[in-house]
Design a protein. Structure first.
Lengths: 331, 183
């Protein structure tokens, strides 16, 4: 009992800090994205709310919270209300296994800088991102709107296709690290980040990850010029806000996953681990925004062809080659 | 279409992607072309049309003769009025109303007006939270100048007998005295 209670207190404090930090970062990621995207298109971006528009996320939050919460009369009410929670919840939960620092020791107690060092962390990530598909599918279906349904169907097809290559691209990482635990994967990269060992796996993972977040060029589920807003067409107010939040939290989470799996996590010279981790996540997020400012949306058949005919075979080939090399080297 | 080597195709795709990314990245360092509106107001084009006014003659009398031509030409029916006759026999509008919430600033009323009374000004910043405050009455519309043509006076030019007698209008010869025009 004596060691259990402080343990729980530390866990709760850590949970609170991570949750608040993640939400604030996601909110400001929206601001950064709007600002950067504007500069990519030689516009100014938000600059009215506060200095340099820095209070824009706050203004957005106030706007979303005070908007009318509309549930369409034909909608399946329960599922309609559940769907955004699933999307935002799974996105937030994934971060629980991401190690974001080396760990501190306060008053003789080691405090690892990860909410939970799950020994099947990688599987947990993949499982939760699969559950996230439910949010899209149910949201699109429960709206009982044609556009929302089409968006939901597209979302499911896309996310299931890309989940395969997402998982397969991580198999070589697991083979090299010899563990499913995210902490162990970071620890295994103490000499060289896996980006240099597994560049192909990195590319496959990154492309699949962007497809999982449903961002341009893979934003078919919410293609605004075909499907209004896709699966969240009928959502308004804070329920739409939850979808929005989920998308940006997923962006942060995928940035941190790329950092953990391929960029060596919190490892780096000179600067403290937490700063290195933030830099790596920021770089990935910047690249995703840059990509949004550059690439056009794929056609649906191109999307499916890229997933099934290019990424999955390449990922399988990568596994075979990695296994062969590992056998040959005798690692 | 000739079948290219798969590596050539991959290289071409990658080069295309890189070119796109390079182009957008360069744009990151360009000066934004945004004009920040309330701080900077770009010069309006000549003849830009916005809020409508009712102008006056050089002698200070109102120009509108309540002929209903503007009201009839208005495609959104935002002009309404009531004509009446003054003691001196001149027509005028007893009330005149423009609903600016409906006005599309097309300028057809200005073109239709025979007396140059109704004119469009470049003043376009007329936003309101309440649509009813955009309904302008005659006293809101009347101004104390002649607008685009300060010298024009309909009754001086048109030859309508009202304020002036026969032969007193501009470019009008005095009437021929029939009795003195004997052979």
């Amino acid at each position: 009992m004596t060691s259990l209670i402080p343990g729980y207190i530390i866990l709760l404090v850590k949970l609170g800090i991570v949750l608040v930090a993640l939400l604030i970062i996601a909110a400001y990621l929206v601001y950064v994205e709007r600002k950067l995207l504007a500069r990519l298109q030689i516009r100014l971006g938000p600059n009215r709310a506060g200095p340099f528009g820095l209070l824009q996320p706050l203004a957005d939050a106030v706007k979303l919270l005070t908007k009318e919460d509309i549930v369409p009369s034909q909608a399946d009410r329960w599922i309609f209300r559940l769907a955004p929670v699933v999307v935002a919840g799974t996105a937030l939960l994934i971060f629980a296994v991401v190690p974001f620092g080396q760990g501190w020791t306060i008053a003789g107690r080691p405090i690892p800088l990860v909410v939970s060092d799950l020994n099947v962390g990688l599987l947990y990530v993949l499982a939760l991102s699969s559950v996230g598909v439910y949010g899209v599918a149910l949201g699109g279906w429960a709206s009982s709107s044609k556009y929302a349904l089409l968006g939901g169907i597209r979302g499911v097809a896309q996310m299931i296709s890309y989940e395969l290559s997402l998982g397969l691209s991580l198999v070589p990482v697991v083979m090299l690290a010899g563990s499913f635990s995210m902490v162990d994967i970071v620890a295994a990269q103490n000499r060289i980040p896996y980006l240099l060992v597994q560049p192909l796996a990195f590319i496959i993972f990154f492309v699949s990850a962007v497809a999982e977040t449903k961002r341009i060029p893979f934003d078919l589920p919410e293609a605004e010029n075909e499907l209004v807003a896709g699966f969240h067409t009928e959502y308004s107010g804070m329920r739409f806000g939850l979808f929005f939040l989920g998308e940006y939290v997923t962006m942060v989470v995928l940035g941190s996953l790329v950092a953990v799996f391929f960029l060596g996590g919190w490892r780096g010279p000179l600067l403290p681990p937490l700063i290195w981790f933030a830099i790596k996540v920021a770089v990935v997020a910047f690249f995703m925004i840059w990509m949004r400012g550059t690439l056009p949306r794929l056609r649906y058949d191109q999307l499916m062809r890229l997933g099934w005919k290019v990424l999955i075979p390449l990922a399988l080939l990568n596994i075979v080659v990695t296994g062969g090399v590992m056998l040959w080297v005798g690692a | 279409m000739a079948h290219k080597n798969v590596f050539v195709r991959i290289w071409e795709a990658a080069a295309g992607l890189l070119e796109g990314f390079y182009t957008t990245f360069i744009h990151l360092f360009r000066k934004p072309i945004t004009e920040e509106y309330p701080e900077y107001k770009r010069p309006l084009p000549v003849r830009s049309r916005a809020r409508i006014i009712l102008t006056r003659d050089p002698d200070g009398d109102e120009r509108c003769v309540a002929c209903y031509l503007c009201s009839a030409s208005c495609p959104v029916s935002c002009i309404s009025m009531q004509s009446a006759i003054r003691e001196d026999g001149r027509r005028f509008a007893s009330w005149f109303r423009i609903n600016f919430a409906r006005c599309i600033y097309c300028g057809l009323c200005e073109e239709a007006c025979p007396t140059l009374a109704i004119q469009l000004t470049p003043h376009f910043e007329t936003c309101e939270y309440d649509l009813l405050t955009l309904v302008a009455e005659k006293e809101d519309l009347l101004v104390n100048h002649g607008g685009k043509n300060q010298d024009y006076n309909y009754y001086r030019v048109a030859g309508v007998i009202g304020k002036d007698g026969k032969g007193a209008h501009l470019k009008e010869a005095p009437p021929v005295n029939l009795k003195s025009n004997m052979p």
